[in-house]
Design a protein around this ligand. Structure first.
Ligand code: NAD
Ligand code: TYD
Length: 358
């Protein structure tokens, strides 16, 4: 049994689906179902007895203590977070609440449970914290990619809150001996990505005939990894990572945003041309830049490759094609997210288990 937090979000849900497809081991999925949590993504495992969904907050110590005591997981994987930089600029408090305080409370619950485990279970136990490359701050064009020894220099409320959570995880290892692992991954993309983030937003807006808002000059660089490659990296770190270590996760796919948007447009031109025959790129619209916008992220994932033998399965070309195809084939999922209809589905499907107002 493993406990996954945030398993109804983009990466957590991809992880749970992959896990159940590849393991017999059960998953308790603890998720608050914020706007970003979507049980429709997990519809295919809704009746799987190996998937136990619990709606709740990682900061609800009584609930987490009860779940740990009842299910006795051998590992806790912490995906739960507020994850969108633009939202963190407009409303940072939720980020401090979940990412900092929530992680602190989760660590305390896990420490209480872990410290009372029998010796063999205690040494086999793992707390894996899922984090981001954004904690390292921004790079100039000539800087080498981030390694695990780079200084933490977070610039947005989101990255500052993730950096704080990483520090807490580190301290719980050094002070209390909690067996922790931390992964710092680059930007993910792929199926079930909430259409507030760059790639799904561009696909969805393009198909709806809306403008494609590119912040500033669009020359900001992100390093992209297909979400299922992130999931395989997390499985590998859980299995073989050295306690207390951090692992960068990335696939050497640095791209300026404008190139990403043009690639999405070109794929749509090929796969679902506009009715008027014009290119989707005509919808690109440069808008005011994000305040404090980090110019470049790049991840050096050689430690993970060298020490644990991990490699991504997708190139950017194969991954982005799969992603665009997925959105074209799953427009109902997108429509439900946009209309908020997935909330009704959750209430119907899970009733009280999903909680009122889900
Ligand atoms: P997401 O926003 O899609 O999903 C977050 C999930 O956490 C949602 O299901 C939400 O309901 C849940 N949640 C939020 N607050 C909670 C709380 N207090 N208690 C329980 N559940 C709560 O995010 P994502 O993109 O899937 O990111 C998952 C993790 O990976 C985050 O920790 C994020 O920082 C990290 N990460 C994301 C990326 C990326 O590109 N998306 C890259 C690197 C790391
Ligand atoms: P985003 O997907 O929000 O991820 P992050 O900010 O965590 O990297 O944004 C990726 C890049 O795309 C980032 O440089 C901001 C830019 N961007 C736009 O240009 N337009 C948009 O509408 C969005 C959402 C992002």
């Amino acid at each position: 049994m493993i406990l996954v937090t945030g398993g109804a979000g983009f990466i957590g849900a991809n992880f749970v689906l992959d896990w159940l497809a590849n393991h017999d081991e059960s998953v308790i999925n603890l998720d608050k179902l914020t706007y970003a949590g979507n049980l429709q993504t997990l519809a295919s495992v809704a009746d799987d007895p190996r998937h136990i969904f619990v709606r709740g907050d990682i900061g609800d110590s009584a609930l987490v203590d009860r779940l740990l005591a009842e299910h006795r997981p051998r590992a806790v994987l912490n995906f739960a977070a507020e994850s969108h930089v633009d939202r963190s600029i407009h409303g940072p408090e939720d980020f401090v609440q979940t990412n900092v305080l929530g992680t602190f409370r989760l660590l305390e619950s896990v420490r209480g449970y872990w410290s009372k485990l029998p010796e063999a279970d205690k040494s086999a136990f793992r707390f894996l914290h899922v984090s981001t490359d954004e904690v390292y701050g921004t790079l100039s064009a000539s800087d080498p990619a981030f390694t695990e020894t780079n200084r933490y220099e977070p610039n947005s409320p989101y990255s500052a809150s993730k950096a704080a959570s990483d520090h807490l995880v580190r301290a719980w290892h050094h002070t209390y001996g909690l067996p922790v692992l931390t992964t710092n991954c680059s930007n993910n993309y792929g199926p079930y990505h909430f259409p507030e983030k760059l790639i799904p937003l561009m696909i969805v807006n393009a198909l709806a005939g809306k403008p494609l808002p590119v912040y500033g000059d669009g020359m900001q660089v992100r390093d992209w990894l297909y979400v299922r490659d992130h999931c395989s990296a997390i499985r590998r770190v859980l299995e073989a990572g050295t306690l207390g270590e951090t692992y960068n996760v990335g696939g050497w796919n640095e791209k300026p945003n404008i190139e990403i948007v043009k690639t999405v447009c070109a794929l749509l031109d090929e796969l679902q041309p506009r009715a008027d025959g014009k290119p989707y790129a005509e919808q690109i619209s440069h808008v005011t830049d994000r305040p404090g916008h980090d110019r470049r992220y790049a991840i050096d994932a050689r430690k993970l490759e060298r020490e644990l033998g991990w490699k991504p399965a997708e190139t950017f070309d194969t991954g982005i094609r799969k992603t665009v195809q997925w959105y074209l084939a799953n427009q109902e999922w997108v429509a439900n997210v946009q209309s908020g209809g997935y909330r009704d589905w959750v209430a119907r499907q899970y009733g009280d288990r999903a909680g009122a107002g889900a």
